[in-house]
Design a protein. Structure first.
Length: 549
């Protein structure tokens, strides 16, 4: 039962865009669409190199390009350049130019919505509004062209960010988008929605989405973004709650007693020094969870099971501390010991305390005041030293509540720091399906084939009769590499779906066995174990044309 204390329906929140003016929202969406203010439209206007630089928050190439284009003889090009300079580059524009570029809403409408201010005939934006979207599936379904409002980023304004800053489209949010395995779900939860990025994607494959945040301003931005993009997201502005419920509150409090088939979260996982007497207003709500160390991630993964329906999954990002002399996986493993969940952690990077401090001080522009930067940097190092932390890991977390009567079958903690295919979500989902298949199927009776993206490499010394190293490599997904023994290489070469695993192993026993020191039982057991691992990692797959014998 929903607690009305958590419901958020406000359309007019202080220092956030207004979402209670449907006519103005429709006019704005119409103007932006007519301008081709889209991901592709802006990229075509700026050119490949300037567009790539802007994605790295390097604005100078885009400034130079639009300075040339704002005087174009083509009215459409000139208008788009004005709006790109206004919003993406935060360069003030004249009222006349903005009115010409946005004839439906005009400057006055932007001011009424809380998107801009006017002083002396000059328009300055008060929020960031940028195109966002993704490509359609092969069948033409699922694509979107949207606009996302958020607070101005560090490179768009002077000084330190406000503590209730609402983050826009960042690296972490897009990483979670790419990581999420998407399948039809009745009820999904976007925990810590921010400006709503995850909710946009969830609406394309989930019947209903509950989006929560501890920040009222963040929910106001999310509501604005949903209503601005109502047509593209197939939402009824008069009945938003039929598809989306916005809830104000911390962590799982707003959904107490409810369960979901999918939970996604880019939580405020940043490890920030705590000081005595500190209040929530002293923290950056978009990134600081308010608990010492990695406590926010620990608390979330340890409590997530209660909001997962049987078979439900959670996908999130997180940081975890690595203490001196410990393995990175020690803390995540301890968090989930005896949890009863399927668990998969992938550490994507690990940095030392100095690198961590530099990253997050720069993120909030706290490096602009040298004395404050020094004090804050020292506070980070002292905080980590107090817990004997020598590194901080970052990565992806997948959790699943097993169906009734089933035990967990997946417990993986692995480090993958090299580039992987994006989006990785479909490949993670396929890996889970393979693990379920292995748990339910006698591998010995299976007929296997080599995955299409897999190649074999053999390396040997000049003049050597046999290769000293045999490798299998994946060209897609997690792009793993597996070192093969001679017998495992022979097994893989025979996987064309014609023979069962048992039959190929028997053939290898006949071919390689027979010596006095040959332990047939150990040979079979080791080969079955290695073959199972190749299936789990996606090098070998069940042949869809064969049935188990």
């Amino acid at each position: 039962m929903t607690d009305t204390a958590f419901l958020f329906t406000a359309g007019n929140t202080a220092d956030a865009p207004r979402s209670d003016q449907p006519g103005l929202l429709q006019a704005l969406a119409g103007d932006l669409r007519a301008l081709s203010y889209t991901v592709d439209g802006v990229a075509a206007l700026l050119g490949e190199s300037a567009s790539a630089a802007l994605s790295r928050d390097q604005v100078v190439p885009a400034l130079l390009a639009t300075e040339r284009l704002k005087d174009s003889h083509d009215p459409a090009v000139r208008s788009l350049a004005v709006i790109v300079r206004l919003w993406l580059l935060a360069v003030p524009q004249s009222v006349a130019d903005v009115d010409s570029a946005l004839p439906g809403i005009r400057t006055q409408g932007l001011v009424e919505l809380g998107l801009a201010s006017v002083d002396g005939g000059v328009v300055r934006v008060t929020v960031d509004l940028r195109p966002y979207g993704w490509d359609a599936n092969a069948d033409g379904s699922g694509g979107a062209e949207l606009w996302v409002a958020s607070d101005l980023a560090a490179h768009q304004q002077p000084g330190v960010l406000r503590h209730d800053h609402v983050l826009g489209i960042g690296r972490a949010s897009t990483t979670l988008v790419q990581t999420t395995f998407r399948q039809h779900t009745k009820r999904a939860l976007d925990l810590g929605t921010g400006c709503g990025i995850q909710t946009f994607h969830l609406l394309h494959h989930c019947e209903h989405v509950t989006a929560t945040d501890i920040s009222e301003r963040a929910l106001a931005f999310t509501r604005f973004n949903l209503l601005l993009n109502a047509a593209e997201l197939e939402l009824d502005p008069q009945d938003l709650e039929s598809r989306v419920s916005l809830r104000l509150g911390s962590l799982l409090d707003p959904v107490e007693g409810e369960q979901f088939g999918l939970v996604v979260s880019n939580p405020p996982f940043v490890i920030t020094p705590r000081t005595g007497g500190e209040s929530s207003s002293d923290q950056f709500t978009y990134r600081d969870g308010g608990l010492p160390g990695d406590g926010i991630v620990a608390a979330l993964v340890q409590s997530i099971a209660k909001v997962l329906e049987p078979g439900g999954t959670a996908q999130m990002l997180g940081n975890w501390e690595v203490t001196e002399g410990a393995d990175w996986k020690d803390r995540p493993t301890a968090w989930l010991a005896d949890s009863g969940l399927d668990v998969w952690f992938i550490q994507r990077e690990q940095v030392d305390p100095e690198q961590y401090a530099e990253t997050w001080l720069q993120d909030a522009s706290q490096n602009r005041d040298r004395e404050q930067y020094k004090e804050s940097y020292a506070a980070y190092l002292d905080d980590f030293a107090s817990r004997n932390v020598e590194g901080v890991g970052f990565g992806m977390i997948w959790l699943r509540r097993p169906e009734p009567g089933h035990q967990p079958t997946i417990s993986r903690f692995e480090e993958i720091t090299y580039p992987i295919e994006q989006p990785i979500g479909p490949h993670l989902g396929a890996a889970v399906e393979r693990a379920d298949w292995v748990a339910a199927t006698p591998v010995a009776d299976a007929h296997l084939v080599v995955a299409e993206d897999v190649t074999e490499e053999r390396h040997q010394r000049p003049g050597a009769a046999h290769p000293g190293v045999i490798l299998l490599r994946q060209g897609a997904g997690l792009r793993r590499t597996n070192l093969l023994s001679t017998e495992l290489a022979g097994f893989a070469s025979a996987c064309d779906g014609q023979l069962s695993v048992r039959q190929i192993v028997a053939a290898l026993v006949s071919l390689l066995g027979g010596g006095e020191d040959f332990d047939e039982d150990a040979f079979r057991e080791g080969l079955y174990r290695d073959v199972t691992n190749l299936v789990l990692e996606g090098f070998l797959l069940p042949d869809p044309t064969q049935t188990s014998q």
